[in-house]
Design a protein around this ligand. Structure first.
Ligand SMILES: O=C1C[C@@](O)(C(=O)O)C[C@@H](O)[C@@H]1O
Length: 155
């Protein structure tokens, strides 16, 4: 059973709800996190949420999840397009993850089209607005069982 989910949000996602609402909508990060927790609970899973504007803090949080977390949902924000360090951290802990973007990055500036995460993600959710977080939680809680077994066997 998937018991423990970690939800990570990168830089500027603390401004959800007020930041460029025509792109990111009006829902706050606090609401996203509460809703994600509630959906995890429906599947008897716990969800920890962490947001940081600092790359190293996100790396530290991923490392601390090793052996404790079954699946990660990450919106790396702008680090999507730059961060080898966060990619390496995810690879290093071997925890399966979903990459998520509130906006459709592929319909935006060309430099948002490249991600350091997509080729390693179990799945990618883009452009569903904050509803994507709910989809990601449901998917991890219900469908990550096999991946969790594989990642635990590899530890
Ligand atoms: O900060 C963000 C948010 C984002 O990850 C999204 O959720 O759509 C897309 C990124 O390009 C951007 O830098």
């Amino acid at each position: 059973m998937v018991k423990s989910i970690l939800l990570l949000n990168g830089p500027n996602l603390n401004l959800l709800g007020t930041r460029e609402p025509h792109i990111y909508g009006h829902t706050t990060l606090a609401d996203v996190e509460a809703n994600s927790r509630a959906h995890a609970a429906k599947h008897n899973a716990t969800l920890d949420a962490f947001q940081s504007n600092h790359e190293g803090a996100l790396v530290d949080r991923i490392q601390a999840a090793r052996g404790r977390v079954d699946g990660i949902i990450i919106n790396p924000g702008a680090y999507t397009h730059t961060s080898v360090a966060i990619r390496d951290a995810l690879m290093g802990v071997g925890i399966p993850f979903i990459e998520l973007h509130v906006s459709n990055v592929h319909a935006r500036e060309p430099w948002r089209h490249h991600s350091y995460f997509s080729d390693k993600a179990a799945g990618i959710i883009v452009g569903l607005g904050v509803y994507g977080y709910q989809v990601a939680v449901e998917h991890v809680a219900v469908n990550f069982e096999e991946r969790v077994k594989e990642s635990k066997a590899a530890l």
